[in-house]
Design a protein around this ligand. Sequence first.
Ligand SMILES: *[C@@H]1O[C@H](CO)[C@@H](O)[C@H](O)[C@H]1NC(C)=O
Length: 354
Amino acid sequence: MDIKRIILLSFSMVLILGIVESFEYDAKELESEEGWQGMYERWRNHHNVQEVSEDEKVARLSVFKTNVQHVHNTNNMNKAYKLKVNKFATMTNHEFRNTYAASNIKHYRKLRGPRKESFMYENVACVPPTVDWRSHNVVTPAKDQANCGACWAFSTVVAVEGINAIKTGELVSLSEQHLIDCDTVLNEGCDGGLMEPAFIFLQLNGGLTTEQNYPYIAQNGTCDPEKVRNQAVTIDGFEDVPECNEDALLKAVANQPVSAAIDANGHDFQFYSSGVFTGKCGTDVNHAVAVVGYGETQEGMKYWIVKNSWGPLWGEDGFVRLQRGVPDPLGLCGIAVEPSYPIKNSNNPINHEL
Ligand SMILES: *[C@@H]1O[C@H](CO)[C@@H](O)[C@H](O)[C@H]1NC(C)=O
């Protein structure tokens, strides 16, 4: 069994068993070979990693050591954020990038053409000092894309779930698989995609069905006409937030959750646990997420609240607070490069089969 399948297997086990605890370790374990061995075994049990050959086990232990040491050293460095030993602990940063931060957003941006200029929140004069859409019941718990590069579908769904809950007062978990299987003109399922074409697809094809009706399988599937007939939520179009403009992004996020893209391939980002992420990352965006709020710490550090799709055990229950208001107009990790959001004016269809 190759490593990709082992990783996939361990993720499906995580999904099935619904692991809820974070993995903890004692600093003493880093000081001896027995300590490392014991910690590695505990980690493997924690994540139900099975059937690894002896050679593979030795190789993975070496990666594990490097990663745990990195987490440990970083946490001793008085940064605004902490790292943790999570499910990515036996992936090299290179493997991690190729699996989780490899959506070629630049490519899809070229295909998509120029961005829209109309911005309905342009004249928003004042915004609240903090907004957290999670506390308004318009954000579902963090989902897990697993070993499928459909971050674009997850990002799209967060924004649609959000505007739907704001407009109707009802939070409904919607289907990523519907987009992966059916929105295939420009978007490419588990191989990557972008949110704006997905919004157009939803506008033109009668909307999105529920997660329950069309569940996630973490791989490309065939568009199911029966399931797709039961649309739950419609949208009426989308707009782009003016790019490289955190003030414009603030106005938009004050009004609804917003889809965005980031550079997610940093070693610290791989193991982010809590706090305001101020770590190293580029602005060549490669992963889609959604901005669901913003705030400021007591120490005066401003942040965006970003929903990710790597499951609830990554970061703060699956979310990351990303530093806001950096000198670079592209924003930290490029958060201001590619934001967009759906428009919803009309009512949802009445659907008795859902
Ligand atoms: C997944 O589907 C997309 C869109 O139909 C396609 O472009 C891509 O090659 C498929 N990927 C795999 C691994 O089958």
